[in-house]
Design a protein around this ligand. Structure first.
Ligand SMILES: Nc1ncnc2c1ncn2[C@@H]1O[C@H](COP(=O)(O)OP(=O)(O)OP(=O)(O)O)[C@@H](O)[C@H]1O
Length: 240
């Protein structure tokens, strides 16, 4: 049920590995943080789960189904890239998404647009980077998809907005049903949301940790854990 399974997954671009023999299961009702320095394979992982990119080796299953392009029925994906059609207005984009995805909930979209203070009549090309970021959130969170993948959901958003969005994310995610993966560099901001964290570096999965255990038993924050793992793997300061 709504499970994501990677079995010995590798992805190469040319001769370079973006992901090396990764096996992991993401369980429903949990929010995962995917952490790693630039170029470590976070986006590649999410793209493969959403069927936009295929592994060279290994298999990916979503809800028991081998992933192909049709998996977008089940996977809501907020991408880092700007794939919006410029002449569209905010409202056009919302209406377009509603026609593309049967699980799109117009009521949720309306609440989100108001909460995030977006102007429906503005053209995409007139939006600031931060407002494009907000629109991306509206589009991804308005779907009642079993799988929700967020790639850098806070990029372009100012710190005050980030904080309020982390809080409001809680009211838009279905904690019982959805499997959520968030790839981000904003580790401190996202920590309150996360159940599990994964650290990847150079395409290798180098750490998996339950966040509650980390805090309660070890008394360390996710950021402290992440920095330690990076240091152990020879990455100083958290960046490559
Ligand atoms: N289309 C592509 N063609 C060639 N190489 C690619 C392509 N997409 C990704 N890569 C390479 O794969 C590796 C992993 O990239 P990926 O975008 O998954 O990293 P990331 O962890 O999301 O990084 P960031 O934090 O900078 O977004 C990088 O070395 C990148 O250069």
């Amino acid at each position: 049920m709504n499970m994501i399974e990677l079995r010995n997954v590798s992805k190469k671009y040319g001769r370079d590995f973006s992901l090396k023999d990764v096996s992991i299961t993401f369980k429903p009702g949990k929010i995962y943080g995917l952490l790693g320095p630039n170029g470590s394979g976070k986006s590649t992982t999410l793209k493969m789960i959403s069927g936009l990119v295929y592994p060279n080796k290994g298999e990916i299953f979503v809800d028991g189904e081998l992933v192909n392009r049709k998996i977008s029925r089940k996977v809501a994906y907020l991408t880092e890239l700007d794939m919006f059609y410029d002449p569209f207005t905010v409202q056009h984009m919302i209406d377009f998404y509603a026609t593309q995805f049967p699980d799109f909930e117009m009521e949720k979209a309306n609440t989100l647009v108001n909460d995030l203070k977006l102007d429906r009549s503005k053209k995409i090309k007139q939006l600031s980077k931060g407002n494009r970021g907000r629109l991306k959130l509206v589009l991804a969170l308005s779907r009642n998809a079993p799988i929700l993948l967020l790639d850098e959901p806070f990029s372009g958003l100012d710190p005050m907005v980030r904080e309020s969005i982390v809080k409001s994310l809680l009211s838009y995610i279905d904690f019982e049903e959805q499997t959520v993966i968030i790839a981000t560099h904003e580790i401190d901001e996202i920590e309150p949301l996360l159940d599990e964290v994964l650290a990847i570096f150079n395409g290798n999965l180098i750490g998996i940790q339950n966040v509650e255990t980390l805090r309660e038993e070890k008394g360390v924050s996710v950021l402290q854990w992440f920095k330690k793992i990076m240091e152990e793997n020879g990455v100083y300061g958290g960046e490559k």
